[in-house]
Design a binder for this molecule. Structure first.
Ligand SMILES: *[C@@H]1O[C@H](CO)[C@@H](O)[C@H](O)[C@H]1NC(C)=O
Ligand SMILES: *[C@@H]1O[C@H](CO)[C@@H](O)[C@H](O)[C@H]1NC(C)=O
Ligand SMILES: *[C@@H]1O[C@H](CO)[C@@H](O)[C@H](O)[C@H]1NC(C)=O
Ligand SMILES: *[C@@H]1O[C@H](CO)[C@@H](O)[C@H](O)[C@H]1NC(C)=O
Ligand SMILES: CC(=O)N[C@H]1CO[C@H](CO)[C@@H](O)[C@@H]1O
Length: 351
């Protein structure tokens, strides 16, 4: 979940949550050298696994596989992990017959880890009256005080250096530590750890992941959640890799949405896609630019990387990938060449 700390994710998920807990509780662990979507359920069946751990996008990769017998013949009852996208949550549990999802939120340094213990669908994290109540009181207090149900807010964890569960040890780099702390959040003199993740809470106290705070962008006075748009696009396109980000257009306020779509077999038809998009996304959230490319960069933990894509933007001089522009007058995506690029940059094309 924490986009900038990949080695941290491996340590936290792999060691602390995964292998560590199994060793502590005397469970058998099955580890594969490398994730294999095609072998996954065969392995689960062969080793009679009852719990699986997922990370990042691997659930989507599993859904993208052709149907095979072993996918329902295993005895897995619980999938634990983080980053299961809301748009595929139910497809995943139904197709692979997984009874419970234990979606959790956390990072090695995070002092407000939370978990979905009762299987509430798509509730990325926990419930008010969960076992984690005591340690979570500070976080929940912040959410309740500052937000009403359904309103997005940044998850922060109240820091209390005396309480081992609410401490924030920070990093070796002091300035990096400092950047993660907010002061005077609820009252003068208090401190809170800034997770950088935006959540919404419903009236029952369930929390749902919305976006990384730096990823959300503004367009036509609305906040666009890249996670939501990625989920929708990926769903329409049969679980393909999609990266959504905002790009600056000279002279235009806010950021225009751009979607990079993995299309290794050049099968994606932008205008068929547009027909589907109109049904599920409000006008302000529909990507203005598309970039179709053989593959989208991912990290070692299968997280989509956007930095390079965002830097290159919609400039055809920067890439030979196929670029498209949403021409609102024509109501369709048109190929974006150097001439159209110049028109957009000089304000001659309507956005
Ligand atoms: C989606 O993926 C599945 C599994 O690989 C495949 O059977 C199906 O034909 C695909 N559908 C489309 C529209 O590409
Ligand atoms: C959890 O916290 C809520 C709100 O502070 C409280 O009403 C409830 O009794 C607590 N539940 C447990 C199990 O501690
Ligand atoms: C320490 O962190 C700051 C802020 O995140 C960063 O700008 C700087 O490059 C870091 N220094 C080192 C030595 O990594
Ligand atoms: C968008 O987000 C900003 C800050 O995160 C907030 O102040 C604003 O009200 C939001 N706008 C909408 C339309 O949700
Ligand atoms: C509840 C929780 O995740 N607490 C953690 C807060 O952060 C410290 C380290 O910075 C951990 O030791 C706690 O476990």
């Amino acid at each position: 979940i924490t986009a900038e700390a990949d080695s941290g994710t491996l340590v936290f998920s792999g060691n602390i949550m995964g292998v560590g807990q199994c060793l502590i509780h005397g469970l058998t662990v099955v580890i594969r050298k490398k994730f294999s979507a095609s072998r996954f359920w065969d392995d689960c069946t062969k080793y009679r696994c009852t719990i699986i751990q997922y990370i990042g996008e691997i659930c989507r990769y599993l859904l993208n596989q052709p149907v095979r017998e072993s996918e329902t013949q295993h005895c897995v009852r619980l999938a634990v992990g983080n980053g299961l996208r809301p748009t595929i949550w139910e497809d995943f549990t139904k197709r692979f017959r997984i009874k419970q999802i234990g979606e959790f939120y956390g990072a090695t340094e995070c002092n407000c880890s939370i978990a979905n213990l009762d299987g509430k669908v798509r509730a990325i994290w926990g419930e008010l009256n969960s076992l984690w109540n005591r340690s979570q009181a500070g976080v929940i207090l912040c959410c309740l005080t500052l937000l009403s149900a359904g309103e997005p807010g940044l998850l922060v964890g109240q820091i209390n250096q005396q309480d081992p569960l609410r401490r924030f040890d920070g990093y070796v780099n002091e300035s990096a530590t400092h950047k993660k702390i907010a002061y005077n959040v609820l009252q003068k003199g208090d401190q809170a750890y800034l997770t950088g993740d935006v959540l919404v809470m419903d009236e029952l106290g369930y929390m749902y992941f919305k976006d990384r705070s730096g990823d959300t962008f503004r367009w036509r006075g609305e906040n666009v959640s890249t996670t939501e748009v990625e989920g929708m696009l990926s769903h329409i396109l049969n679980q393909t890799d999609v990266a959504v980000y905002g790009v600056e257009v000279p002279g235009v306020e806010g950021k225009a949405g751009m979607a990079a779509i993995a299309d290794p077999k050049t099968k994606v038809n932008p205008n068929v896609l547009y027909q589907e998009l109109q049904k599920v996304l409000p006008p302000y959230a529909r990507p203005i630019f598309l970039r179709l490319l053989p593959q989208v960069d991912t990290t070692g933990t299968f997280k989509i990387q956007k930095t390079r894509l965002q830097r290159e933007g919609f400039d055809p001089h920067q890439t030979s990938d196929r670029l498209y522009f949403l021409d609102l007058k024509l109501g369709k995506y048109v190929p974006l060449d150097e001439c159209l690029y110049e028109r957009i940059c000089s304000g001659k094309a309507a956005l």
